[in-house]
Write a protein that binds this ligand. Structure first.
Ligand code: SAM
Length: 384
């Protein structure tokens, strides 16, 4: 029997006419994945009904339609579900609960022919990101990039460490393509000791990757420079497409997201300067310590092993970033110019090419992978 909570019979959509679009039943309705799926259905105009076996389920009010079902372990469950499907014109069931999903995957064909589970096995769904990460790790370890580096390569991190890096980076939103990610892992093995400096961190995706590489290969500490200000997001890209999106994001929130992403992994080796990169370079040259409320005080080496330039992509900004920081990179150190290949403008590429032309006698290796330019210095530019 279907029990309508508190005796109130809610009207599931499409009940009157079987030819109308069928509803999706979300059961149990209160799980976080259920509520995410509910939002998706509502956005797409999909008729949806929630269900629970709890006498009082607080998620009930979020649903346009609701019904109670016995626990799947109770003998009356099958008949109650059958009746719900027929009375509420249900065409599919979403269940993120692995036990409910598994039972329904076997029982539905007989209970309600034609009604299917609309989601993949919850176990597979939850584990797929981990499986992908392990495959990436295996594949990178199976075919490492043959770098002709002037710094002897450290042994690669273990498969599980690398898989963990891929997995956790994947849940951080941001811009770091897979090829660039893999090359960062490889150059970190062939990096001298020193600081890792990132110009342009936003939500912290590449910063997270660099923070782990800094630890795993004992390179040094990570310093992120970013003004996190909407004014600095303006790039004057050719068609204004990037600037339109930038105008919709909140730089204050971005800094909070950065902190949320980096704090759990901080072992007193991560900090940031909230300022434009040229001001950051002046600060870095004058002070060894960087202090923020969230990360505390971090003491830097003052010499850069890896410089990752991913700030504003206008030509003037990319040129200024390279000019302000490249002289601090040690011999054998790496400079990465992100978005060297960028569909919205050629600022990083022009600035990168000019740097290559000017300093070719001090560059040991230069190549493009993904969208980034990677350079390894044979000597410091400090005396240039
Ligand atoms: C493409 S995003 C960085 C993406 C990030 N590296 C990631 O992995 O997702 C560009 C960043 O550059 C920052 N930025 C803009 N102008 C800057 C400047 N003058 N100095 C440092 N960062 C700057 C922006 O605030 C923004 O966070």
């Amino acid at each position: 029997m279907i029990i309508f909570v508190e005796g109130q019979k809610l009207n599931p959509p499409n009940k009157k006419n079987n030819s109308e679009a069928k509803s999706i039943l979300i059961f149990p309705g209160g799980m976080p994945r259920s509520l995410e799926y509910l939002q998706k259905c509502l956005r797409e105009g999909q008729s949806v009904i929630g269900a629970s076996s709890l006498a009082h389920d607080v998620s009930r009010e979020k649903y346009p339609g609701w019904l109670s079902l016995p626990f799947i372990t109770q003998p009356e469950f099958d008949q109650a579900l059958k009746r719900a499907i027929s009375e509420s014109n249900i065409g599919g069931i979403y269940s993120p609960n692995p036990v409910v999903w598994d039972y329904l995957s076997r029982a539905l064909a007989e209970l309600a022919p034609g009604v299917t589970l609309v989601n993949d096995s919850p176990v597979n769904v939850e584990l797929s990101g981990y499986r992908v990460a392990r495959n990436h790790a295996r594949s990178l370890l199976g075919s490492p990039l043959p770098l002709a580096s002037n710094v002897a390569a450290a042994p690669p991190m273990s498969e599980i460490e690398l898989a963990a890096l891929f997995r956790h980076a994947d849940v951080i939103p941001g811009m770091c393509d897979h090829e660039k990610f893999c090359v960062l892992c490889e150059i970190a093995r062939s990096s001298p000791a020193g600081d890792i400096v990132e110009i342009g961190s936003w939500w912290g995706k590449s910063a997270f990757i660099l923070s782990r590489l800094a630890r795993c290969y004992a390179i040094g500490k990570l310093l992120c420079i970013d003004p996190w200000s909407n004014a600095h997001l303006v790039q004057n890209d050719g068609k204004g497409m990037v600037d339109k999106v930038s105008a919709q994001v909140d730089a204050e929130e971005a800094l909070a997201v950065f902190e949320m992403n980096l704090l759990p992994y901080n072992a007193n080796h991560v900090n940031y300067l909230r300022m434009p990169s040229t001001d950051g370079a002046r600060h870095y040259r004058a002070h060894r310590d960087v202090t923020t409320a969230s990360f505390g005080t971090t003491r830097y080496d003052g010499r850069i092993a890896i410089l990752h330039i991913d700030g504003n992509h206008s030509y003037a900004a990319a040129k200024a970033d390279i000019a302000a920081w490249s002289g601090l990179v040690v011999a054998g150190g790496w400079i990465v110019v992100d978005d060297y290949i960028w569909p919205y403008g050629d600022g990083p590429q022009t600035a990168g090419d000019e740097f290559l032309a000017e300093h070719q006698d001090k560059i040991d290796a230069a190549f493009v992978m993904g969208s980034a330019l990677f350079l390894q210095l044979s000597a410091s530019l400090a005396t240039d």
